[in-house]
Design a binder for this molecule. Structure first.
Ligand code: GLP
Length: 261
C-alpha cells in the first residue's frame, strides 16, 4: 500500500484524477470501477474538465459501480445511477450501455448479484477501482463483518451508514435499509485500487484502515492485502497517521511518482 498526503481536498482529488486519467489514456478500453459519495464529486468534476479541455476520451471505456441501493428507481435522485449520470456520465463521451450498476429493482436480487459478477468477469475484470471510505470503514457498502472474500451481494446497512447517508432522503426512516455491493473479494481482484479520503471526519478511520490490523470489522483494511493499492488523503484525513513523514518521503523521492509531484 502507498499513502500520498496532499495539502487539501482539492489537491487530493486532482491527483487522484491525474492518476486515473493516465490509466485511461494508456488503455482506452479500461474497465473502470467507480464509487459515489461527496468525496468523489470533486474527482468527477476534474474528469469532466479533462474531457472538455484535453479531450480525455471515454468512448471505449466500461464502468462498474461499487454499489446501489435496493428499491430505488434510476430516476430517483438518491440512486447511485442518478448520481453517476448527473456527476459524470452525461458530461463525457461515454456510451451509457457500457456503464454498469447493480439493479436494485431486480425481482431476484441474488441472481442480479451473480449476473453482475459474471459481467465483470466477461469484460475481463476491473483494471482500476476508485474507492471512497465510509466513516465506519466500509468500502462500497461492505459493512462490518463483511467477509474478506465476499462477492457482490445484498447487505443490510448499519445505523452509522444510515445516519451518514440519510441527508438526501429526508430522514433515516425514509431510506433503503439494504444495498447491493461488490464484495471485498471482488474489489481485491481489481488490478489497481485507489482510495481517496478527505476531511477530518475520516482521520480516525484512515489511520485504522492504513496502519491498523486487518479486520472484517473495517473492510478498508483488506486493501493492505492488495498488490497495488494507493491511498490519497489530504492533511486533515492524514492527521492520525503515525508514519506520515515516511509516506511523504516516498512520494517526494521515489521515481514512480516523479510525474505527479
Ligand atoms: C457511500 C458509498 C461508499 C463511499 C461512502 C463515502 O457509503 N457507498 O462507497 O465510500 O459513501 O462517502 P463520502 O465521500 O460522502 O464520505
Amino acid at each position: 500500500m502507498e499513502v500520498i498526503i496532499q495539502p487539501n481536498q482539492e489537491a487530493a482529488a486532482a491527483l487522484a484524477t491525474r492518476i486515473l486519467a493516465r490509466e485511461l489514456r494508456d488503455n482506452p478500453n479500461l474497465v473502470l470501477g467507480l464509487a459515489t459519495g461527496q468525496t468523489m464529486e470533486c474527482v468527477y468534476r476534474h474528469l469532466v474538465r479533462l474531457h472538455q479541455i484535453e479531450k480525455l476520451d471515454f468512448s471505449l471505456c466500461r464502468t462498474f459501480n461499487l454499489d446501489e441501493y435496493v428499491g430505488l428507481f434510476p430516476s430517483d435522485p438518491n440512486s447511485y445511477r442518478y448520481y453517476m449520470n448527473h456527476h459524470l456520465f452525461r458530461h463525457v463521451n461515454i456510451d451509457l450501455r457500457n456503464t454498469y450498476l447493480p439493479n436494485g429493482l431486480a425481482d431476484d436480487l441474488d441472481e442480479e448479484c451473480r449476473r453482475y459478477e459474471a459481467t465483470i468477469q466477461r469484460l475481463g475484470g476491473i483494471d482500476f477501482q476508485l474507492l471512497g471510505i465510509g466513516k465506519a470503514g466500509h468500502i462500497g457498502f461492505n459493512e462490518p463483518l463483511s467477509a474478506l472474500q465476499s462477492r457482490t451481494r445484498v447487505k443490510a446497512l448499519t445505523p452509522t451508514t444510515l445516519r451518514q447517508n440519510c441527508a438526501g432522503f429526508g430522514g433515516e426512516d425514509k431510506m433503503p435499509r439494504r444495498a447491493m455491493t461488490m464484495g471485498v473479494g471482488t474489489i481485491l481482484e481489481s488490478r489497481r485500487c485507489l482510495l481517496l479520503a478527505t476531511g477530518s471526519s475520516k482521520a480516525k478511520v484512515i489511520a485504522q484502515a492504513v496502519e491498523g490490523p486487518i479486520t472484517s470489522m473495517i473492510s478498508a483494511t483488506a486493501l493492505q492485502l492488495h498488490r497495488r493499492a494507493t491511498v490519497i488523503v489530504d492533511e486533515a484525513a492524514a492527521s492520525n497517521l503515525v508514519e506520515k513523514d515516511y509516506y511523504r518521503w516516498i512520494f517526494e523521492n521515489e521515481p514512480e511518482w516523479e510525474d505527479y509531484r
